[in-house]
Design a protein around this ligand. Structure first.
Ligand SMILES: *Cc1c(COP(=O)(O)O)cnc(C)c1O
Length: 375
């Protein structure tokens, strides 16, 4: 059994993917070829925003947004404590300071109440200028944007939606990657919509920001590539990756998103009385980057993980360490106990095999083995 079965997906889509790759090879247009513009248009239309600018990976996508807003030393950027390192790393890379915020125990996403407390505290201390809230749509579930938008408006902050794991999610029919002032995603192979290497994109309705990010991703180009008007990056999506994405995006829309939600429903039905299963608020849709259960304590979690491994079932701990305990961030001076929800989650979460190509037999086996262990 695979944790995320990319080989099975390739088998199903092989003809179209091979064809798409061969066409790019024959075209010789490896950088900024036609498929790049095409996938950008398709993604923008699907998400329901005016602009999609593709780039080299989801981390660069976040960086492009922060550079566009001129985030710099002395700025505070609020980041959930329970996320992948890149969500905070990009802030430090611009010289700004990530201010960590605890998450909600049910949704795993940034807690609006903790966010507001954290903003107030930062203002009171008076050392940093609050500028941006980076929300993360963790494990495929959009964050609580109705509450977060109110807070952003109240304190005049921008929202940067880190939708690396969230692509395909929805709130009342509105799609993830449309909730931020700028939103980003990642096409890392294991994300809900992945390519065959690194890739990413930014989304926005703002014409000026979109054109700035388009410039920043190609060395700060001006009217043409050898007229450089600002300091930028080399962060383009390869034509090959765009061509592969077009095939995979079609499958994602036609059946993958639907099928992975069926897997989630089945897991939840079988497991809900045994463990704490993921909570999806009313009106929300997850794209299930992960299906993450919560065990009672670290001992039970580690025991279950070891048992499942023996049974040939791969699982992962996303994430074993809060942001504020990362070695690179020890100098920020946070203390153990500052983020009780995140600290507890890190000891108790376990992500199960999850992808749209899981067979019914595999799902049943996972559930049965969890039952066997916990009984
Ligand atoms: C994967 C991920 C990123 C970074 O994406 P890359 O394409 O690997 O650079 C950023 N934020 C979150 C929450 C992620 O899961």
């Amino acid at each position: 059994m695979e944790f995320r079965d990319l080989k099975k997906q390739y088998k199903v889509l092989k003809n179209d993917i091979d064809q798409a790759m061969l066409e790019v090879s024959a075209s010789g247009a490896f950088i900024m070829g036609k498929p790049v513009k095409e996938i950008e248009q398709q993604l923008a239309e699907y998400v329901g925003v005016k602009h999609c600018v593709s780039c080299a990976n989801g981390t660069d996508a976040l960086t492009l947004a922060l550079k566009t807003w001129g985030i710099k030393a002395g700025d505070a950027v609020f980041v959930p404590d329970f996320t992948f390192f890149a969500s905070a790393e990009v802030v430090s890379l611009e010289g700004a300071t990530p201010v960590f915020v605890d998450v909600d125990a049910d949704t795993f996403n940034i807690s609006p109440a903790s966010l507001e407390r954290s903003i107030e505290k930062t203002i009171q201390q008076g050392k940093l200028r609050p500028k941006v809230i980076i929300t993360v749509d963790l494990f495929g579930l959009p964050a609580d944007y109705s509450a977060i938008r109110k807070i952003a408006d109240k304190y005049h902050l921008l929202i940067l939606e880190d939708g690396a794991q969230g692509f395909g999610g929805e709130i009342n029919g509105k799609k993830a990657c449309s909730f931020g002032d700028i939103s980003t995603t990642s096409f890392f192979p294991a994300k809900p919509l992945g390519c065959y290497g690194d890739g990413g994109a930014v989304f926005t309705d703002n014409d000026e920001w979109a054109s700035l990010m388009d410039s920043l991703r190609v060395h700060g180009k001006g009217s043409f590539k050898y007229d450089n008007v600002r300091i930028g990056m080399n962060s383009r999506l390869d034509t090959l990756q765009a061509a592969i994405l077009k095939v995979k995006f079609d499958a994602f829309k036609r059946y993958e998103l639907n099928d992975i939600n069926k897997v989630a429903d089945f897991y939840t039905e079988k497991l809900k009385d045994l463990v704490k299963t993921p909570f999806i608020p009313k009106g929300y849709l997850s794209s299930w980057a992960q299906y993450t259960i919560q065990l009672q304590d670290e001992k039970q979690r580690d025991g279950l993980q070891a048992y499942l491994k023996e049974q040939g079932i791969p699982t992962m701990v996303y994430y074993p360490k809060p942001m504020h305990e990362q070695t690179a961030y020890l100098d920020l001076g946070y203390l153990s106990g500052d983020f009780p929800v995140t600290e507890s989650l890190c000891r108790r979460v376990l992500s199960l095999p999850m992808h749209p190509y899981l067979s019914m037999e595999e799902i049943i086996k996972v559930c049965q083995k969890i039952l066997d262990y916990l009984k």
